[in-house]
Design a binder for this molecule. Sequence first.
Ligand code: PMP
Length: 399
Amino acid sequence: MDLFEKVRNYSRGKEILNTSLFPYYRAIEENNGPIVKMDGKTVIMAGSNNYHGLSHDERVIEAATTAIKKYGVSNNGCRLHNGTLDLHEQLEEKLAKFVGKEAALTYTTGYQTNQGAIVPLIGRKDLIFSDRDNHNSIVQATLISRGMFLNKNQIVRYKHNDMNHLTRCLRQAPMDAGKLIVSDGVFSMSGAIVDLPNMVRAAKEVGARIMLDDAHSIGIIGKSGAGTASHYGLDDEVDMIMGTFSKSFGSIGGFVAGSKELIHYLKYTSPAHIFSASLPAAQAAATMASIDILLAEPERMEKLQTLANRLRKGLQSLGYRVPEGFVPIIPVILGDDMLVFKTWGALMEHGVFTNAAVSPGVPEGHQLLRICLMSTHEEEHIDSILEAFSKVKNSILVS
Ligand code: PMP
């Protein structure tokens, strides 16, 4: 059989591929943060993780430009050999301080960071306890770990944010196995926050380690945006904090932070760190500039929360199914693939870009439009988004 038969027969999405309802791979022609141009039309960007609009901040652009001029556009090698810059070392120190840990290690993407941080820790006798709704980068990291060392039974996927289930799973595990609990701090699709206090209780009972993916928490919650552990005042109870630069920091790249010992170990054992070219200077410099801005302008976090509350309440009053929450990820649950596409297309007609999440990306019945806000949105943008949702409700959802 031809290996490519599956390629020829791949039909998913083809029915709507060339229609105005197709929500994926839509090219941006101009990007001004909260406002972008697509298909020649100006729309409100309500689907970006650029939570503080920093990828467009003049100070961040200036820092990146200066770094490119000094170091070039690539480091052409890995950290271990020729790819370490003084900027990496400065950035790692800043990151560790930002999240309240002893040390940090950077990677070239956030996706890579999860693989890089998890794989070297998991040996033949160890177990991973992973939330069923964790980000795909964590899921893939557990699969790679399995490829290297584990059998299927050593990966336990507990029910989403269900700490009773996690506790039962941990209690059933062999006493002498090393145990890593890994979870999103804030879940990327729903905006739900992990039940950390009960996770810590469960972990302590059996001596498990905790790793949080704070991609959507850093710069959003906790003291000065330090993330989920800080939000709960449980800074010392989380062993590993992972974060990305592609969201609040407006750049690209990722990091893991923890004890000096842990970071030293990862530095010499983490394949995704050792065998991939290092973070470009522009990204390192941009991330540092963003951290400085977030620390100097804490009002950004407050504004983002106020905007998110205004939009969440507004959508709920319009009758949309929007769960409570306080982060700038606002899911509008529609529960059907085609309804998601139609609503997405109608919102675009009214000048609003959102993210369409259909199955299997989200569970059947929970298909949704995900809205993400930026602190550079203004109240008028929120009102325009609400107006568009109101018009769409009358034209599509009622008929
Ligand atoms: N973890 C989570 C929870 C994410 O949402 C993402 C990206 N959407 C990543 C990791 C990967 O980060 P990056 O896109 O910066 O590689």
